[in-house]
Design a protein around this ligand. Structure first.
Ligand code: ADP
Ligand code: MG
Length: 274
């Protein structure tokens, strides 16, 4: 495993797809847990008012919990709302609460409305005691101001794609938004990774969708495919990621392999740049 060293830089990755139910949250929390399992320090920022990532990471996020809402609207420091997941001291979460549902509208009239998360993340990283290797941002299923804040804060975009009908539908709209962000708000943002999720190897359709996505995005798609697995879908109801819930399950193994690829690809691209 000589190739999977961490770089010492913080990689800020937004996990986005404006479709709901494609595996954004599942990928965010399980990839985060798998990275933490390899010794990375990982912060998950839950930008979805549903708060599913906060639930899966086992952190409290009732209405009175200080949350990402307070960071975006009232300029709380991110450090003041970050919690440690009971699963691992390396796994941190900035929780969402139901108040975030109103933020999409409240942000409209705010100064620097697209940059609020970016500013909070930069301040957080500038004042850290310990290193953070990854920040993974779990986006809501829309291309509104919350997602735009994530795109402005991140340098990498990770898109989970569900291996089903219409997998590529909506992708051109998403990539169009990314180009708009690159031009006007954040030139560093780039599509670094695509993960194929909920893969059912018994169906020809899943295979066809996977082939089609690989044909369009040969460099971005991870070799590892996340299988459809009951253990993956059960884990959140125990307030756990699948890594903690059933570390030997096919889903946990796949997310651990994906984590290795995510780390390795970055070290490889650094060598090219050097
Ligand atoms: P999104 O965040 O994009 O809306 P989720 O991550 O919440 O999507 O996933 C949608 C649903 O699919 C959830 O019920 C989740 O448990 C389930 N799911 C996601 N990935 C898998 C998988 N690999 N195997 C089985 N179920 C999955
Ligand atoms: Mg989600």
């Amino acid at each position: 495993d000589a190739n999977v060293e961490l770089t010492g830089r913080t990689r800020v990755v937004t996990v986005s797809n404006q479709k709901g139910g494609v595996g954004k949250t599942t990928t965010t929390v399980n990839l985060a847990a798998a990275l933490a399992d390899r010794g990375a320090r990982v912060l998950v920022i839950d930008l979805d008012p549903q708060g599913n990532a906060s639930t899966a990471l086992g952190v409290p996020h009732t209405a009175d919990t200080p949350s990402v809402y307070d960071v975006l609207i009232d300029e709380f420091p991110l450090a003041d709302i970050v919690q440690v997941s009971p699963e691992s001291p390396n796994l941190l979460c900035a929780p969402s609460t139901i108040h975030l549902a109103g933020a999409e509208i409240e942000l409209v009239s705010q100064v620097a409305r697209e940059h609020r998360l970016r500013t909070a993340v930069d301040d957080y990283l500038a004042n850290l005691d310990e290193r953070i290797d990854f920040i993974l941002i779990d986006c809501p299923p829309s291309l509104g101001l919350l997602t735009i804040n994530a795109f402005t804060a991140a340098s990498e975009l990770l898109i989970p794609i569900q291996c089903e009908y219409y997998a590529l539908e909506g992708l051109s709209q998403l990539l169009g938004t990314v180009r708009m962000i690159q031009k006007h708000l954040n030139p560093r943002l780039h599509l670094s990774t695509i993960i194929l999720t909920m893969y059912d190897g018994r169906t020809r359709l899943a295979q066809q969708v996977a082939d089609e996505v690989r044909e369009h995005f040969p460099r971005e798609v991870l070799e590892t495919v996340i299988p459809r697995s009951v253990r993956v879908s059960e884990a959140p109801s125990f307030g756990q990621t699948v890594i903690a819930y059933d570390g030997q399950s096919a889903g946990a193994i796949a997310y651990r392999e994906a984590a290795v690829e995510v780390i390795r690809r970055d070290s490889a691209s650094n060598e090219k740049d050097a």
